[in-house]
Design a protein around this ligand. Structure first.
Ligand code: IPM
Ligand code: MG
Length: 354
């Protein structure tokens, strides 16, 4: 009997459709190899949901994802919906979605493929071997804090964290570090912000439960600098919502292409796996998008939600082999490319390498 998983699928807008289709293709190949069956159900979110229902996050989507084992997510948004009121914009739907799903821990790896060291804007000797995991708190902090508001002359948001919120994200970071190089660097602005002092005190306390893990602290401005100056010093970076938003974009650029990096948002009820890049409306429908970040997100789904480590390893190895063999989508065609391929072809090749 094959094992069976219920996967909710949100393709979203722009290139979301093309890239998620490739991830499903690759999951099909690992399913065959490891005797796993995936049952997919598709839901609307973002611009396509606004067009179809007037709501960027229909209740049906919330219920469907909550009832699934995990959610595979493409990308949402685009210029067509940018001028709507903030509450109606796809981004608001995304934040509401994260909150409803309870996905408080956002894992964003930044790794550098050896074949692509030249794709980074940094020198190869600085970035070779970089392997960072950014653990970003995702449903608290200034994104959700009250009070917030705006008048003609004044705008305000509030950065709030409770001890419980800091504790649970710290545990995620320390547990991950135990499986990696056992180093956590916690990022804050404790020289200025009270909320950061609480963050620092709390992470110090939780660290005592993980005596094998080394905890250091760094101010966020210094971290922005250190990521460029000496990125190999980092193993796990633990941080709050807005600092993590900014630093994970910065870390992603170490790898040279935003088309390569996956992410996982895990938490209390279910988990969502998505590429870190957006819906790329400028190339939507052209079939040239790089599906690797989404395929790597499917691998994270197998690893973190479904406990299918072997299947996840098989996907990661297939991606590595495809890169080593010199297949590149347009975004990386300038780097060690033996054959330029489109989105579907990239999916085919990775699937055949499983
Ligand atoms: C991200 C994005 C989102 C965020 C936006 C689109 C709301 O930048 O996932 O990093 O700020 O969290
Ligand atoms: Mg961001």
């Amino acid at each position: 009997m094959p094992k069976n998983y219920n996967i909710s699928v949100i393709k979203g807008d722009g290139i979301g459709v093309e890239i998620v289709d490739q991830a499903i293709k690759v999951l099909g190949a690992v399913g065959k190899k490891f005797d796993i069956n995936f049952d997919y159900k598709e839901y609307l979110m973002g611009g396509c949901a606004i067009d179809a229902t007037g709501n960027p996050l229909p209740q049906e989507t919330i219920d469907g994802v909550l009832n699934s084992d995990a959610c595979l997510f493409g990308a949402i948004g685009g210029p067509k919906w940018d001028n709507l009121d903030r509450e109606l914009r796809p981004e608001s739907g995304l934040l509401r979605f994260r909150k409803e799903m309870g996905v408080f821990a956002n894992l964003r790896p930044a790794t550098v493929y050896d074949e692509l060291v030249d794709a980074s804007s940094l020198k190869p000797e600085v970035i070779k071997g970089v392997d960072i995991m950014v653990v970003r708190e995702l449903i608290g902090g200034i994104y959700f804090g009250e009070p917030k508001g705006k008048t003609e002359t004044k705008g305000w948001n509030t950065m709030v964290y409770t001890v419980e919120e800091i504790e649970r994200i710290a545990h995620v970071a320390f547990k991950l570090a135990m499986k990696r190089d056992k180093r956590v660097c916690s990022i804050d602005k404790a020289n200025v912000l009270d909320v950061s002092q609480l963050w620092r005190d709390t992470t110090e306390r939780i660290a005592k439960e993980y005596p094998e893990v080394e905890l250091t602290h760094m101010y966020v401005d210094n971290c922005a600098m250190q990521l460029i100056a000496n990125p190999r010093q980092f193993d796990v970076i633990l941080t709050g919502n807005i600092f993590g938003d900014i630093l994970s974009d910065e870390a992603s650029m170490l790898s040279g292409s935003i088309g390569l990096l996956p992410s996982a948002s895990t938490g209390l009820k279910t988990a969502v796996y998505e590429p870190i890049h957006g819906s790329a409306p400028d190339i939507a429908g052209l079939g040239i998008a790089n599906p690797i970040a989404t395929i790597a997100s499917a691998s994270m789904m197998l690893r973190y939600s479904l406990d299918e480590e072997d299947a996840a390893d098989a996907i990661d190895a297939a991606i590595k082999k495809t890169m080593a063999d010199g297949y590149r989508t347009g975004d990386l065609a300038a780097y060690d490319c033996k054959e330029q391929v489109n989105c579907t072809q990239m999916g085919d090749i990775i699937a055949s390498n499983i």
